[in-house]
Design a protein around this ligand. Structure first.
Ligand SMILES: [Zn+2]
Length: 393
């Protein structure tokens, strides 16, 4: 598909490159939804037989260096309880890091990630997924920042006080006036602005407003899969000019049109059966767990054409071709998706992706950038902009 593939090196060289990259690179994943499980299912990250996509043993096998855990609250959650729920998720994540401080460490800067990596520990970071979680109060950005949150996704699947989502009809026609203030405040704090999930107009407004590079914490390429939440080539170029990074999402419905179209046909059934199971659980005074929800989705979608690890590599190739090697990274969306690609089912499988990229001709230096170097660079630039902005006041 890309020129990179036709220039592929002989396989033994590629194997060497992959081994070198895995031993030197700090693999950073900018989006996983595991905190729901910490809070709602008492999930212990050290569990040796974990049913989740992220666990400490799986991260170790996968050579993972850092994970941004997503503090995600459903947009249907009661508005006046959003902050409370976000704090519960942050607390549950903090408890996991404390409990497993022999192998995990909390990071809030690029230097922290590198230090923890040199100590042989996995760095844990936080991102708030959805501007609705500040309940319209910009001071919450400062509060979340002080709790260690280092990015906020401006919207989730619905428009909010800050701007329009790709999953909703235009309301603000992009960023709202409050959304522009939020971006400026995040720039001053040193919190990365995440444009995954936002509408195209909101994206361009964020690029025009932000003084610091943006991230797409978990977004794939619309040229390869026509999901409205994926990035067009023009958006990828604009993000690259801004100095930002797009971290490829592994969700099958964002990787492959065949899967997306097949999934659209069963979406209503999944929704109906999930709603029924939820109502049933409520009747018994319980909450439907994430795993129970995923089990329903998997039963209905099990025969759909699930893409493979090679499709993830295609999206990385495309993003590199359009935006350049300095603007692409990894944003798995693990534990927030019903299926992961074949061959990349959980965090333990990352070496297979590294092998595939090496086979396609990426050098060790290229791989270090994609696997985490680009995110580290953006974190440092965002910190630099914050220091300059604070000094100029
Ligand atoms: Zn998401």
């Amino acid at each position: 598909m890309s020129s990179l593939q036709t220039n592929a090196q002989p396989s033994s060289d590629a194997g060497q490159v992959a081994v070198q990259a895995l031993s030197h690179a700090i693999i950073i994943d900018t989006h996983a939804d595991t905190p729901q499980a910490f809070l709602d299912a008492n999930y212990d990250l050290a569990s040796p037989d974990s049913p989740y996509m992220i666990s400490i043993p799986k991260m170790h096998t996968g050579h993972m260096g850092a994970e941004f855990f997503s503090i995600w609250v459903d947009v249907t959650w009661p508005h006046e309880d959003l902050i409370h729920r976000a704090l519960d998720l942050i607390d549950a994540t903090d408890q996991q890091v404390s409990k497993h401080s022999d192998v995990l460490g909390f990071a809030s800067t690029a230097n922290d990630i590198e230090r923890l990596h040199s100590e042989g520990k996995i760095a844990i970071l936080l991102g708030v997924e959805g501007g609705h979680e500040i309940e319209g109060d910009l001071r919450m950005l400062d509060v979340y920042y002080r709790l260690g949150v280092r990015y906020m996704t401006l919207t989730h699947t619905k428009n909010n006080e800050l701007g329009d989502s790709s999953g909703d009809k235009p309301g603000w026609n992009g960023l709202s006036p409050l959304g522009r203030q939020a971006v400026a405040r995040m720039n001053r704090l040193g919190m990365m602005v995440d444009i995954s999930h936002v509408s195209d107009r909101t994206f361009y407004d964020a690029v025009a407003t932000s003084k610091a590079p943006l991230i797409a914490s978990h977004s794939s390429c619309r040229a390869l899969c026509n999901a409205p939440r994926n990035m067009t080539d023009d958006m990828i170029r604009a993000l690259a000019r801004n100095g930002g990074v797009m971290d490829i999402n592994y969700y099958p419905g964002f990787l492959s049109d065949a899967y997306r179209e097949a999934n659209a046909k069963v979406e209503k059934q999944v929704e109906a059966e999930t709603d029924a199971a939820r109502a049933n659980a409520e009747k018994q005074g319980k909450r439907l767990s994430y795993l129970e929800e995923v089990a329903i989705e998997r039963r209905i979608t099990k025969d759909l054409p699930i893409p493979s690890l090679s499709d993830v590599a295609d999206h990385i190739d495309h993003a590199v071709k359009v935006g350049g090697i300095d603007h692409v990274g990894l944003g798995s969306d693990f534990d927030g998706i019903d299926w992961a690609p074949r061959g990349l089912e959980d965090a333990s499988k990352l070496p297979a992706l590294v092998n595939e990229l090496a086979r396609r001709g990426y050098s060790e230096q290229d791989l270090e950038k994609i696997l985490g170097g680009n995110v580290l660079r953006v974190m440092r630039q965002v910190g630099q902009v914050a220091r300059e902005t604070q000094a100029a006041r």
